[in-house]
Ligand binder design. Sequence first.
Ligand code: S3P
Length: 743
Amino acid sequence: MSAPSVPAKLGRLVVVGLGLIGGSFAKGMREKGLFGEVVGVDLDAESRRLAVELGVVDRCETDLAAACQGAAVIQLAVPILAMEKLLAQLARFDLGDALLTDVGSAKGNVVRAARLAFAGDNPRFVPGHPIAGSEQSGVEAANAGLFRRHKVILTPLDSTDPAALALIDGLWRALGADVEHMQVEHHDQVLAATSHLPHLLAFTLVDSLAKRSENLEIFRYAAGGFRDFTRIAGSDPVMWHDIFLANREAVLRTLDAFRDDLDALRDAVDAGDGHQLLGVFTRARVAREHFSKILARRAYVDAMHSNDLIFLANPGGSLSGRIRVPGDKSISHRSIMLGSLAEGTTEVEGFLEGEDALATLQAFRDMGVVIEGPHHGRVTIHGVGLNGLKPPPGPLYVGNSGTSMRLLSGLLAGQPFDTTLTGDASLSKRPMNRVAKPLREMGAIIETGPEGRPPLTIKGGQRLTGMHYEMPMASAQVKSCLLLAGLYAAGETAVTEPAPTRDHTERMLRGFGYPVAVDGSVARVESGHKLSATHIEVPADISSAAFFLVAASIAEGSELVLEHVGINPTRTGVIDILKLMGADISLENQREVGGEPVADLRVRAAKLKGIDIPEDLVPLAIDEFPVLFIAAACAEGRTVLRGAEELRVKESDRIQVMADGLLALGVKAEPTPDGIIIDGGPIGGGEVWSHGDHRIAMSFSVASLRATAPIRIHDCANVATSFPNFLGLAAQAGIRVAEEGKA
Ligand code: S3P
């Protein structure tokens, strides 16, 4: 965050209107000591008296002109309909160099009033709106901390003086606010939708029910739902009356759109159209959560340090018992994608309720697919067929998930509508040319950000043509992306991989009845077939099980069973590598569910030794290296990894980040361009940083089993992307890790 652009000491601040907002601004500024003096103006004598008594201002003035004469900043915090008169009065004074700003909740009318008063644009007027109202009102509720971590929207005009804007921006930031700049019209439209419409609905619902003859009856039985929905109908009627008159046009637009949606729901109820109702309700249920996540992630990027989730892993412990780790991430993503494109209703069990797979789920909801759940891993997808997706209302935000972005890009390249795919800070740094380039060769039109990074903007309505692509890297995401594009491309699409990569897409396409030909390293699809709904049972994720395979191997006295783990041969490199190092892992109860092999894995502690990791195992253990490095640190002798440069472009640069962490714990680890050299030895305690990478955070949690002192692991929030209950299961199995402060 940039430092506030506020000079050391300003002259006088005048706050006109000493209500909750004006009073809180005055009090906050007074406490910060940025102004020589803070002067209040209010028509109400009692408010003036209280303002001085409560230390909100240094003094009050009854004469507006005297207060403003020679002021540095004048803050207008009167009711919005009083703004016009106030501005007209101010325009008659000689304001010298004073900056004007305001806090009105609609901006169009204030800007118009200012233009009228000053006979044109006033470059020293900076319109603003702090979003920090509360049920309380009046100067007695003034609170210097009211704006901390609240949004303040400034709506400068082209003519606004940049220095004036910077100063007002700096003042709000000094109060701890998150300041954003917006166009006036955009501000009014956004507020009409997010604040004004809900208040209108609450007022009208209560009034409409209260008018009925049976109203007593209705209110007597009105339970939580009514109470929750109508809480805001208790807001100040005069203030809201002002706001609706002030923001008339934007409110009308939002209200009309809402009325259309309400009519559509009415028709659905009338016609008994349960599908339509379910669609609206399921989308709405998750939308709130989804949006808050997007917003939280934005804030997370801005304020990385204040939102640092720290794991504290205490040394020692051993593992025992039987656990089932959550569902496979790769298979969960694909179940939503193919279930959505299938004809009929697909039931999924064991779905991973982690943020990555949920991002895929939300993307399909945004494209009109009705999806019920997830509830305890159960998801019901009402497939729309290969050509049934609808244009999403805005960009598809896929958070941290590379799999969502890369697989979706292939599928979206074949749709008749345009889409944009965006992600969080980590995903926004990852390479997308690996999919954009071959898709373009098939006829897709895709734009990326600089250097092939997200966002991806995909132009719809393009004719794709199948091709034979030789992948330059062993990537299941690229392969899957192209096979999905192949469902929409003329003729045959074939992908050759330089080494075997996970084949869940090929297996699941077949499970949905879509023919896929696999011949050695080449997978082929042809368009013109369809997907038929099916039942999918997602096995436990071997990539999540891997943390416990290593944990139980390195912690003396351990014996642990991991139930129902997917052991697809394209994923079992971690077992092979650990066995080469001397681990004691046996596969029990091997069986096949829904086209994927599964087994219970029994693992006992063993003395591990360092090895040269065979390069052909790298793609088969690609996600498990962070925790394998922990195994290497606990092994006797040297472990060498080569041919793994892909690790540098995962959720973090996993070679560098792991090497840094291991070194911090006193382990000898030397990164190389395509791998790492680790000498086993004692592990100390210390501080490590996961750089927002879920697998790094979990790997260092495992390291604590052999550490001599606690390990503090920073930046662990993203563990929720792949393993939501990691801390719970880790504690249950015997790893002494917990969120710091919540042990
Ligand atoms: C995945 C493929 C792998 C893996 C990722 C999931 C998939 O990525 O690292 O976690 O589901 O297809 P690459 O294909 O980039 O190696």
